[in-house]
Design a protein around this ligand. Structure first.
Ligand SMILES: Cc1cc2nc3c(=O)[nH]c(=O)nc-3n(C[C@H](O)[C@H](O)[C@H](O)COP(=O)(O)OP(=O)(O)OC[C@H]3O[C@@H](n4cnc5c(N)ncnc54)[C@H](O)[C@@H]3O)c2cc1C
Length: 547
């Protein structure tokens, strides 16, 4: 899966596929993996980089769905909770359990009774493992775990498990598995038109944004899994819309752990009744999210001064001894939620449910949903696809095969096997001369694929201006993860723009220089991609004026 062989790879587009998937976020990746493992021929077309839409801009939690309990969406809680366990087992390098604290205060939204019952119901519905079931903490226990919390009015807390993830890497690992199983996938390939025969959809016209070529790609079925862009593709299909998307923006801020030394992940309600997470991660603390209606450019939602101030005030309200200034914000990101419009409801009241729409032409569109539900959504969409294919061709396909299928990097004998795998691999990394901390990060980022990263580390040419670990990660992402631009590497392959922005600033020039050689870019391309990276760094660090 490398863009170096893109021209040769594109020959694969000449066949007629069983399924064309438009959009390479977590939803598209999940659909592709489900379809290809049931024997369908599949192509994924993504107009940006994989996960460059919402799937790299979330709160980065594989939720168990606790928040749905507030709206009494009981079936959803049960389904999402169980699915979380499957996502974890199939890729324990990509998700990590994290105890979350839900403090309650006098006159707050939650009380000890409601929290206790709520979490107990949640444990039951979601089938939570015994050692991860909720605990109720006294005021003292709460403050012992998180001394920074506001003391005034504190009555205790609920304590339960969420799972942290790197959303973009999760998407990549699912996509890589789909490709390993035979799916074709292209990033920077934009669908600009839908193709029809007798009113039925038969394919798409796709524009390769890397070389300007236009390709007619044919498929028996076409799925639109374009997240916030779902209505744009539906408009190409001239769908009469009874339901349409409503976009809201969510913003996160990142601080150095020294400035905001949070010990414990906390999920708390704000004075205006919203829920916000504060989560320690990789030597940083990140906080989010906001939820405001969004009408700007979907590709590049940005963080305004108002967003920053709102979250800073929220932090000061809940952690009064933490004195953070705007200058302490190291990095930020913003994402657009593709919610399905519901009349009369505010952004945070709208359900996060996914829905599938099938148009008269046969175009299937999937909207809404969560990271956690990607596998199940894939299964549901492909159930519909295979049912239709059976009716039309008589050919039957097996049931979904993904429940016990490790994603790429997940060949570590499940969650229990991962610990011993990680230990052995960290030792191996140390033997090669990598520090324990760096080896730890690599093993948790790449799982069982870390062997390939170690291989590149050993091969790193001595004279290169690139640091050998950066070289190893970059080579792996170029050869196996279809990196095409520097932003792909720094944002979606390593997450560094969010959690290690000084590392990005330090290595940006040497990485871009190396990529120029690797892809044989001309000066114009070099300037464009370097500029794009610099803009991304600036937008992560500084507020962007509201338009
Ligand atoms: C602020 C925020 C916080 C969130 N937090 C969480 C969380 O903690 N946990 C959780 O489970 N969920 C969370 N979510 C929800 C979750 O991130 C989304 O549901 C999920 O990422 C949507 O994935 P997707 O693949 O449907 O859409 P996307 O990731 O947006 O993918 C759609 C893709 O389609 C591509 N595309 C669009 N048009 C075209 C075209 N014409 N041709 C080709 N490609 C095209 C886009 O470039 C894009 O990459 C959060 C969302 C937001 C906004």
């Amino acid at each position: 899966m490398s863009n170096k062989q893109r021209v040769e790879n594109k020959r694969a587009l000449e066949r007629t596929f069983d399924l064309i998937v438009i959009g390479g976020g977590i939803t598209g990746a999940g659909i592709a993996l489900d379809a290809v493992t049931r024997g369908l021929s599949v192509v994924v077309l993504e107009m940006q980089d994989y996960a460059a839409g919402t799937s790299s801009r979330s709160t980065k939690l594989v939720h168990g769905g606790l928040r749905y309990l507030k709206n009494f969406e009981v079936r959803m809680v049960a389904e999402v909770g169980k699915e979380r366990e499957i996502v974890y087992e199939n890729g324990p390098h990509a998700t990590t359990p994290e105890w979350m604290m839900l403090p309650f205060y006098e006159k707050g939204t939650f009380g000890p009774w409601t929290t206790n019952i709520g979490l107990r119901v949640y444990d039951f519905l979601a089938g939570v493992k015994k050692d991860e079931r909720r605990k109720m903490l006294s005021v003292e226990e709460t403050l012992e775990r998180e001394p920074l919390l506001k003391r005034e009015g504190l009555k205790g807390s609920g304590y339960y498990v969420e799972y942290k993830t790197d959303d973009a890497r999760l998407t990549l690992e699912v996509m890589k598995k789909a490709v390993e199983k035979g799916s074709v996938a292209f990033n920077y390939m934009k669908v600009e038109q839908l193709l029809y025969n007798d009113g039925k959809i038969t394919g798409v016209k796709a524009h390769d944004l890397t070389d300007g070529m236009v390709h007619h790609v044919y498929g028996k079925k076409v799925v639109n899994s374009t997240g916030p862009w779902v209505d744009e593709i539906r408009a190409m299909d001239h769908v009469k819309k009874d339901k349409y998307l409503f976009h809201t923006k969510g913003v996160h801020l990142v601080f150095d752990h020294i400035k905001f030394p949070l010990q414990q992940a906390v999920y708390f309600d704000t004075p205006d009744g919203r829920m916000v997470f504060a989560i320690p991660r990789e030597g940083k603390t990140y906080v989010g999210t906001t939820d405001t209606p969004f009408k700007g450019e979907l590709k590049n939602p940005t963080v305004t001064r108002d967003d920053r101030i709102y979250l800073l005030e929220t932090i000061h309200e809940m952690f009064p001894n933490v004195k953070l200034l705007e200058d302490d914000i190291e990095s930020t990101w913003a994402g657009v939620r593709p919610l399905i419009h519901e009349e009369g409801k505010s952004p945070s009241e709208i359900s996060r449910k996914d829905e599938i729409f099938i148009s008269d032409s046969g175009l299937m569109s999937i909207a809404g949903g969560k990271l956690t539900g990607y596998r199940k959504m894939g299964e549901q969409v492909v159930n519909m696809v295979t049912k239709q294919l059976k009716q039309e061709t008589g050919h039957s396909y097996p049931e979904s095969q993904t429940k016990h299928l490790p994603i790429s990097g997940g060949n570590v004998n499940g969650a229990t096997g991962f610990e011993s795998f990680a230990l052995a691999s960290i030792h191996e990394g140390q033997r090669l001369g990598i520090s324990e901390n760096e080896a730890y990060s690599l093993v948790h980022r790449y799982g069982s694929n870390v062997q390939k990263v170690f291989y590149y580390f050993e091969q790193a040419p001595k004279h290169l201006e690139l640091n050998p670990i950066v070289y190893a990660e970059l080579m792996y992402s170029l050869e196996y993860e279809q990196v095409y631009k520097p932003v792909d590497f720094f944002i979606r392959r390593t997450g560094a723009l969010f959690f290690n922005i000084s590392w990005v600033e330090k290595h940006q020039q040497s990485v871009v220089n190396f990529m120029k050689e690797y892809f044989n870019w001309n000066n114009e391309q070099y300037d464009e991609y370097l500029e794009e990276l610099k803009t991304a760094i600036q937008q992560a660090k500084e507020p962007v004026p509201q338009v």
